[in-house]
Ligand binder design. Structure first.
Ligand code: G6P
Length: 619
């Protein structure tokens, strides 16, 4: 987490830095800061709170120069405050850091013994001190950095400058992303390509251990041993995506409304609209690197087991994938949180495929699983929303969510897009294993093609939740229930409510409710039951009755005009009739709208919920 940006060239750096930070704010937003070198002196402005607080300060403090760095923070060490905000400056050395320096306590003690005094509680400031110390012996920032790198343990992406060498910016990383944008007489560095695209489409992805010494019209990149590298410049074929709300009150609401479009984009990419068959040949190509995978279609056919690993919302899409792949393609699937999987000495037998799902493509634990799986010899399939992200680049096979830029920190359209890709990918696996006839495949695809218009009609529930939120906000807890593919969707519904409305919410398999959560139910508990007309319908209806008998207030989501479900529910929300596969996706929309409107009526920041970040590059 944390977004970093740097600029060297003829433009006013502060303008480039602030507009870059605006695009990176999803990575953290508890404080921010910028620094510029002017006439041999570092000028720094930092502010607690969102980027707007920094912009306010900058109205009164004009910064000018030809080189600068900026940062938007998600606190790890030290509370969110101005003193802990980056950049950190020591004796004219100034740097911004994304990640965690794990041995900072030891380094801090060592530096303190040498007389260093610290002005923040961060792990990052020790790097500035270490560098300042080294510059006394090695007065060349590029060389000094190469000397201190072996002392750093942990994950970091760092941009540094020194007032005595105002023509150079040095970038180095181990873990979190850092990308160099090469412009005409200018260079921009950032945590995400989006921060660079207004200036150039020529980028270099720095790899772990590399150090880049950047001047306005040249750069040198070395490996961890100091050997100069000739890194490929990649031309990115996507444009800077405007973060506009287009009349919506929040980005999240806009993104919920963009979901039919996101699903259409997935269908367009992964189906052949003439034959109504799924089409996954693109998975074997890496568009970010222009390479063809070492893994072939035959290798994929030989796969006997799939591990799916992810975090947060992506983890619930992994749970969903387990149901789909096992049901349709009959391949055993195991799902785990990345943070657990990586440390539990997992057994990955030969002929296994490891699938990692990550909207950002940068989540630290998920990336670690990818690398571990590759080291163990397993092919890795990634499903990301970010072309060129570290996970996308390091995977063997590549799937994309096609959701477009998602600004709201709590994921909505990327989740629905992921479910759509999973639906189609499961059909592909089923077809290649001959568990699906061409006609069955066509039928599934045709049903999915109707999804965008069905989704439009479910969006009409927006009005219901906008009005009901005033009453719903008074409930003390929320229990989300579902069976089969609706169980992960219940989990996701509960997560959305926690993230946005800061309410206690639990997602549960409906059949498990009587083994504990039933004790929580009274008339202050709202029970949201996802019960479309599929083969779990009757059983879920019985579970709903059990909750109702204990006084629970029932909100149910069902198919069409379901009189039985309606009669036992305080509120009934209808989704259009469709097959079981499409209905799972339709059920997501009401739970998103519930969380959105509850958070909004409670006055919370829907797009940037407290304590969270969209890209989690620390463990
Ligand atoms: C953070 C975000 C979540 C997201 C999770 C996993 O916690 O706030 O919305 O689901 O990371 O992110 P990924 O990018 O790997 O899908």
């Amino acid at each position: 987490m944390c977004g970093i940006v740097g600029y060297i060239g003829e433009r006013e750096p502060v303008n480039v830095l602030v507009s870059g930070l605006r695009k990176l704010e999803y990575r953290g937003y508890d404080s921010s800061g910028v620094a510029v070198v002017n006439a041999g002196h570092v000028q720094v402005v930092r502010a607690e709170g969102k980027l707007t607080a920094l912009e306010e300060k900058l109205k009164n403090q004009k910064l000018s120069g030809t080189i600068g760095i900026g940062h938007t923070r998600w606190a790890t060490h030290g509370i969110p405050s101005e003193r802990n905000a980056h950049p950190h400056t020591v004796d004219g050395v100034c740097l911004v850091h994304n990640g965690i320096i794990e041995n900072y306590i030891q380094l801090k003690a060592e530096l303190s013994a040498l007389g260093a005094t610290f002005s923040s509680d961060t792990d990052s400031e020790v790097v500035a001190h270490l560098l300042a110390q080294e510059l006394k012996k090695t007065p060349d920032i590029f060389k000094a950095i190469q000397k201190i790198i072996p002392r750093l343990e942990g994950a970091y992406a760092i941009l540094a400058m020194w007032e005595k060498e105002p023509q150079r910016l040095v970038a180095f990383k181990n873990g979190p992303p850092l990308i160099l944008g090469v412009g005409n007489g200018e260079c921009v560095v950032g945590s995400d390509v989006q921060a660079l695209l207004s200036y150039t489409d020529k980028v270099i992805y720095l790899d772990d251990g590399e150090v880049a010494c950047i001047e306005k019209d040249k750069y040198v990149i070395t490996d961890s041993l100091g050997k100069e590298l000739n890194k490929a410049i990649v031309t990115v074929h996507w444009t800077s995506q405007a973060a506009e709300k287009h009349g919506f009150k929040h980005f999240m609401l806009k993104e919920i409304y963009e979901q039919p479009l996101a699903v259409s984009s997935v269908l367009k990419k992964y189906t052949d609209l003439k034959t109504y068959q799924v089409e996954f040949s693109s998975m074997f190509l890496s568009p970010a690197q222009n390479t063809v995978s070492r893994i072939t279609e035959q290798d994929l056919k030989n796969v006997e087991r799939i591990f799916i690993v992810a975090c947060g919302t992506s983890y619930y899409s992994a749970m969903y994938a387990e149901y789909l792949i096992e049901k349709l393609a009959k391949i055993p699937v195991e799902v785990d949180f990345a943070s657990e999987f990586r440390y539990r000495d997992p057994v990955i037998p030969p002929k296994s495929l490891v699938m990692v799902i990550s909207q950002s493509g940068e989540t630290a634990d998920t990336l670690a699983v990818l690398r571990m799986a590759k080291n163990m010899g397993a092919p890795v399939l990634s499903l990301t929303n970010t072309l060129g992200s570290t996970i996308d680049r390091e995977a063997d096979l590549h799937l994309f969510m096609e959701a477009g830029v998602e600004i709201g920190v709590a994921s909505t359209k990327a989740f629905i897009s992921t479910l759509t890709v999973i639906n189609l990918f499961s059909l592909y696996l089923a077809r290649t294993r001959k568990y699906l006839s061409i006609d069955e495949e066509k039928q599934f695809v045709q049903n999915l093609l109707a999804l965008p218009s069905h989704m439009e009609s479910v969006l009409a529930h927006d009005k219901f939740f906008a009005e009901a939120a005033e009453t719903f906000k008074n409930y003390k807890g929320f229990l989300y229930l579902g069976r089969g593919i609706n169980y992960p969707i219940a989990m996701e519904g509960a997560l959305k409510l926690k993230e946005l409305a800061y309410k206690h919410a639990e997602g549960y398999a409906a059949g498990e409710m009587k083994h504990g959560p039933l004790a929580l139910i009274d008339d202050k508990m709202m029970v949201i039951v996802i019960n479309p007309q599929d083969n779990h319908y009757e059983k879920t209806l019985s579970n709903l009755q059990e909750a109702k008998a204990r006084g629970g207030i029932i909100v149910s989501i069902g198919t069409g005009d379901d009189a039985s479900l309606k009669s036992v529910s305080e509120h009934y929300l209808s989704i259009p009739k469709s097959d079981w596969m499409a209905s799972g996706i339709l059920s997501v929309i009401p739970v998103q709208l519930l969380a959105y409107h509850l958070a909004d009526v409670l006055g919370y920041d829907v797009d940037q919920p407290r304590n969270l970040a969209k890209s989690v590059t620390v463990e």
